[in-house]
Design a binder for this molecule. Structure first.
Ligand code: FES
Length: 362
């Protein structure tokens, strides 16, 4: 069996030379939806690894992800529908809608009901918001931790967060009509460099003692928060002793109580976080460092982040970095080593495209 993807017979599963089924299995491809998805994606590449970006573009244009658009997107990317659905339904900030469901109202309020917010009254807040708004105009949903546990309970009106939320402050946010995230002021690259930023990284890479660094991390008592509380210094040593290539994954998108500190640093002192990550990568001799979900709000991406993504770090430090918005997060991949500068040129074109996408969805 093979999928005929050309001409009028497209979408029909064929076996051998026969005619195949008159219609493909599952959801049928809707030509109008396909044309709309193609218009949204424009002339850009059709790459499966950009699936989340494409979902954002469709969600931003239509306010939700209809089954017909997801079907069309799967077709356009030559992916199985199940693959597109599982990504679209995984993230709390996407709104996949089945054929028999009405599209959501224009405004969605999400109320965090993870631990800190639940303890601070999220349950009652959500009930009050539901009771106080016409469901045909405003939808009230639960949502997982928004990384703002220090201001629990937290609500998100559109994409605007309301800390210490009450029905009254949420009503004020709605009346204000600005549903975009607030971008905090943060330390820029020049300021960080002027204060000696990245010097430590460069010194270490020049003549550093990785065992001394690992000892220092061990002595600091730094531990993983995944449950086992494993000492980070020890873990670094194990990883370094392993086979290459070695990977470092840094997750800035956790949601347990206390992790709001990660968001605070990532938003306000991003270079401090980046230098720490890069030192960790150096200490385990990682050729490739991945950072997953480093920044929570993709609409907070601005030109400086894109500048970094465009390969500035590759030129300065031999570290290439890819960055792209996830579903409520910015994900980055770093490539460290002699080939990094070669990647720089590639990254510049990637970052320009990212900038175009970010501006298109702003
Ligand atoms: S528990 Fe609500 S923001 Fe973290």
């Amino acid at each position: 069996m093979a999928l005929d993807n050309r001409g009028e017979g497209r979408g029909v599963w064929k076996s051998g030379r026969g005619k195949g089924r008159p219609v493909p299995k599952g959801r049928q491809l809707d030509d109008d939806a396909l044309a709309e998805v193609q218009a949204i994606l424009g002339d850009g590449p059709r790459r499966a690894d950009l699936l989340i970006e494409y979902l954002h573009l469709i969600q931003d244009r239509h306010g939700h992800l209809s089954a017909r658009h997801l079907r069309a997107l799967a077709w356009e990317l030559q992916l199985a529908q199940a693959e597109v659905w599982e990504v679209a339904t995984f993230y709390a900030h996407f709104d996949p809608i089945r054929e028999d469901e009405p599209p959501p109202p224009d405004l969605t309020i999400r109320v965090c009901d993870s631990l800190s917010c639940e303890l601070a009254g999220a349950h009652a807040l959500k009930a009050a918001l539901k009771a106080g708004h016409d469901p045909a105009r405003v939808r009230v949903l639960r949502a997982p931790c928004m990384g703002r546990c220090d201001t629990a309970p937290v609500a998100e009106v559109g994409h605007r967060h309301v800390g210490h939320a009450t029905p009254e402050t949420v009503a004020e946010a709605i009346a204000g009509g600005n549903f975009h995230p607030v971008i905090p002021d943060y330390e820029r690259f020049d300021t960080y460099r002027a204060g000696g930023g990245y010097d430590r990284l460069m010194d270490l890479r020049e003549s550093g003692d990785w065992e001394a660094v690992q000892e220092k991390v061990l002595a600091s008592g730094l531990r993983g928060l995944g449950g086992a509380g494993f000492p980070s210094g020890k873990k670094w040593g194990f990883v370094r002793a392993g086979v290459s290539p070695r990977y470092l994954a840094v997750n800035g998108d956790e949601g347990e109580p206390g992790t709001f500190k990660d968001r605070w640093f990532l938003e306000r002192r991003p270079h401090l976080m980046l230098e720490g990550m890069l030192i960790a990568a150096w200490a385990i001799a990682s050729g490739l460092m991945q950072i997953v979900g480093a920044i929570r709000l993709r609409k907070e991406i601005d030109d400086e982040w894109l500048l970094i993504a465009s390969g500035v770090l590759s030129v300065l430090f031999g570290i290439a970095m890819l960055a792209w918005p996830g579903a409520g997060a910015l994900a980055m991949i770093f490539v460290i080593g002699t080939f990094a500068i070669l990647y720089g040129a590639l990254l510049i074109s990637f970052a320009l495209r990212l900038r175009k996408l970010a501006h298109a969805t702003a």
